[in-house]
Design a protein around this ligand. Structure first.
Ligand code: ZN
Ligand code: ZN
Ligand code: FE
Length: 760
């Protein structure tokens, strides 16, 4: 029996090779009909024997191209007509406007095979790509997403490439960056002055200088990398010195999964993350036997590892036979990554000995993404290349809103209907270059998505550059959103749940509604409002931001807070090693309240414990002390925990830390290992939070808990708090696709603003 059906497919189904895919699916089954792009997705009319049509419908979502993301499929019956063949119909007007641009993704296996085939016309071509792979987001200037609007515009296709591009059955049909040796971008090797090196094979010559221990700036997908041989300690040390990066770990690229498994512990989830088309940097515990130079990640148990993702990377490894290369972003300390050839030369000439460049422009900067696998799921720590601009899909429709994010690890978000588009990692806005990048990203994202929000949501911190920017905007409605409220809303939104919830928002810093520095907050939160239910008791942060860079200040502050001046007589190595004059000064400013805001920050509590335990007194990068305290834990330290107490002298409880510090000081005096101290501290946090959740459930009958904030990048805390809460019967929601830290803040801001509007 002949049937005819109409199938509407919604989601990301345009510009990802979906129509050719449907064409193949239909013609393989000898079905007739047509497929066309529509403003909301793709519409298919399909006709043939009922069984074949059913088979077509059931296969459709399962075999979709890698970049497609189907959110909805509806099927309706139509009367049969005289169709004899299957056709791809010309696009309807207005279609391109709604075509979502895909992220940049790793070169696919088909392209790799061709690249390594000596008989293929693209043998060893470093810019090979197809509909399923290659650059996208970073080469787009404007919409519609078409070659003239990309940085490929300057490369007219040769007849062979053009024929592929126009053939609906070719895997390069409408692949905008399609190119070959004859018509596409080319590589050049430059010396550090920007003079082109006469080279017959720039890749082979790059491999040679890397083997000799030189630093090479390599132009990638979303920016330049600085590369050195990761097994060469002197080369890595040289790079550290030039980059002025004291201890913050470098990411390394290894040629294949087998090599990664030699270097690090890799479980199934990590394997999948490493091999995924997004190719993020994955944090993995290194093996003791790993020959990677210690300078790559000093005093760090983990290595950040990723696999090659551009054809160029594969060629470089094939040529140089490296075990691993350091591939760190091409910048000086915290500046944004360099993207333009001349810009790279100007900014990186003191850092790199050579430049491996090409003439395909990177129009939009996009750093490597970073994930950590916790409890079997990859957790975004920095969501950037490979993921952006794939939206977070909501279970509701909201107006167009711009969320400008926080200050550090900034991202922005714009919403449209049931989608929120999180930008790539922008960085720390206190840096002028990053701030310019922020402004550029706000404009660019609105342009390519054709969104012009009339509402701007921002953090309450008056000194954040994102806040100042928001307050300068005219003709828009402004909505300030409390930092930790935004964290919890972000977690709710990612998980598509309705409130209210019990929210644990733990991080380093966030501006509180009382003007103090919040950061260890338990909220009863819904999207539109929140109530502060509990927080760590306040202690002074001596010297303000200096206390973030120097954890010893927080340790002194806690000791003085709980024990008064008497702490100076304690027989602790920490106390005895303190500089008396510095302590005098510090106590004077905290007494007078000079530049010493009060804080309930969980991050600062980690800092204080780390400093007291002797782990470190000063940090070289954000959260270093907390990270090292977590890593100090060995596997077998029992289940002891430090006590804390709930002080309930009002509606909002305070978590008292005096018992914790008494026990901690005791343990240090008794010479208990740092590992055991760390474990008892972590367990103490888990205990008090579970206790608070229980009490709040009794009071409010809420059973849903959201965990958000940068502290939840801590794998031990996330895993143990989650499993304990689940053991108590709570429904626990955590982050995975959206960073738990401030990189996820802008999503929460947008959602809070959307719901507040609705309340009017
Ligand atoms: Zn490909
Ligand atoms: Zn060509
Ligand atoms: Fe935060």
């Amino acid at each position: 029996m002949q049937v005819r059906r109409r199938i509407d497919v919604c989601g990301i189904v345009q510009g990802v090779g979906f129509r050719p895919y449907i064409y193949r699916l239909a013609t393989e089954r000898q079905l007739s009909g047509n497929v066309s792009n529509t403003p909301s997705g793709v519409t298919i009319e399909i006709q043939g024997p009922a069984q074949a049509v059913d088979d077509f419908v059931s296969c459709l979502p399962r075999q979709a191209p890698p970049l497609a993301r189907i959110t909805d499929v509806t099927v309706r019956d139509l009367p049969c007509n005289g169709d004899r063949e299957f056709r791809i119909l010309a696009s309807q007007r207005g279609e391109a406007v709604h075509t979502l641009i895909s992220p940049d993704i790793a070169v696919c296996d088909d392209c790799l095979r061709e690249m390594l085939d000596p008989t293929d016309r693209r043998h060893r071509y470093p810019f090979i790509n197809c509909t399923n792979c290659g650059p996208r987001f970073t080469i787009v200037r404007d919409i519609p997403y078409d070659r003239p609007h990309t940085s490929m515009a300057v490369f007219p296709m040769c007849p062979a490439c053009q024929a592929e591009y126009e053939d609906p059955l070719n895997r390069r049909f409408h692949a905008q960056p399609n190119a070959c040796w004859d018509c596409g971008p080319q590589l050049e090797l430059w010396d550090k002055n920007g003079t082109r090196v006469a080279s017959r094979d720039p890749i082979a010559d790059t491999a040679t200088v890397l083997r000799a221990g030189h630093v090479v700036a390599v132009k990638g997908l979303g920016g330049f990398h600085l590369a050195v041989d990761a097994t060469n300690a002197a080369a890595v040390a040289l790079l550290r010195e030039r980059k002025r990066r004291v201890e913050k770990p470098f990411a390394i690229m290894a040629p294949n999964l087998e090599t990664v498994q030699r270097l690090c512990e890799v479980d199934d989830a990590a394997r999948q993350a490493l091999r995924s088309i997004q190719r993020p940097v994955v944090l993995l515990q290194r093996k003791a036997s790993s020959p990677i130079a210690g300078e790559v990640a000093p005093s760090n148990r983990d290595l950040g590892v990723f696999l090659p993702y551009t054809p160029l990377h594969y060629l470089l490894f094939a040529e140089g036979n490296f075990l691993a290369l350091v591939m760190t972003s091409g910048n000086l300390s915290e500046e944004p990554i360099a993207i333009d050839n001349q810009e790279a030369l100007a900014r990186l000439s003191g850092l790199a000995d050579h430049f491996l460049v090409h003439n395909r422009d990177i129009l939009l900067r996009c750093d490597d993404s970073v994930v950590r696998v916790v409890s079997g799921r990859p957790r975004q720590m920095r969501r950037s290349r490979g993921y952006v601009p794939v939206p977070v899909f909501l279970k509701e429709e909201i107006p167009q809103i711009l969320g400008v994010g926080g200050e550090l690890k900034n991202t922005i978000s714009v919403s449209d209907g049931d989608r929120v588009f999180l930008s790539q990692h922008i960085g720390d806005l206190e840096n002028l270059e990053s701030y310019k990048f922020f402004e550029q990203t706000v404009a660019h994202l609105q342009r390519i998505l054709e969104i012009s929000p009339a509402i701007v949501a921002y953090d309450l911190h008056p000194d954040y550059f994102s806040t100042k920017w928001a307050l300068q905007q005219t003709g828009v409605e402004l909505m300030g959103v409390q930092h930790h409220h935004a964290h919890i809303a972000s977690c709710m939104g990612e998980n598509g749940i309705a409130g209210p919830v019990i929210g644990f928002a733990l991080d380093g810093t966030g501006y509180g509604t009382d003007g103090q520095v919040w950061g260890g907050e338990v909220l009863i939160a819904d999207y539109d409002k929140f109530e502060r239910a509990a927080h760590f008791e306040y202690v002074p942060m001596p010297g303000g931001s200096a206390a973030i860079r120097e954890p010893w200040r927080m340790a002194v502050s806690y000791l003085a807070h709980h024990f008064g001046e008497a702490f100076r007589e304690m027989k602790l190595p920490f106390v005895q090693q303190l500089d008396r004059k510095k302590v005098d000064l510090l106590l004077r400013i905290t007494d007078r309240g000079v530049n010493s805001p009060l804080t309930s920050s969980c991050g600062r509590l980690f800092d204080a414990v780390a400093a007291l335990a002797g782990i470190r007194q000063e940090v070289n990068y954000e959260a270093q002390a907390a990270i090292e305290l977590e890593m100090a834990m060995e596997r077998s330290d029992g289940n002891g925990s430090y006590p804390m107490q709930l002080l309930t002298d009002g509606d909002c409880w305070r978590i008292g830390t005096k018992p914790l510090f008494e026990a901690l000081v005791d343990d240090i005096e008794r010479g208990i290992s740092v590992s055991a101290i760390s474990r008892q501290f972590h367990n103490g946090l888990v205990n008090i939070f579970v206790h608070i959740a229980d009490l709040l459930r009794q009071r409010s009958s809420l059973n849903r808990v959201c965990l958000s904030g940068g502290t939840f990048h801590n794998a031990y805390l996330l895993t143990n708090l989650r499993s304990r809460l689940e053991g108590e019967g709570f429904e626990v929601f955590t982050h995975s696709e959206v960073p738990a830290g401030d990189g996820g803040l802008s999503l929460g801001q947008v959602l809070v603003a959307a719901h507040r509007l609705r309340q009017r």
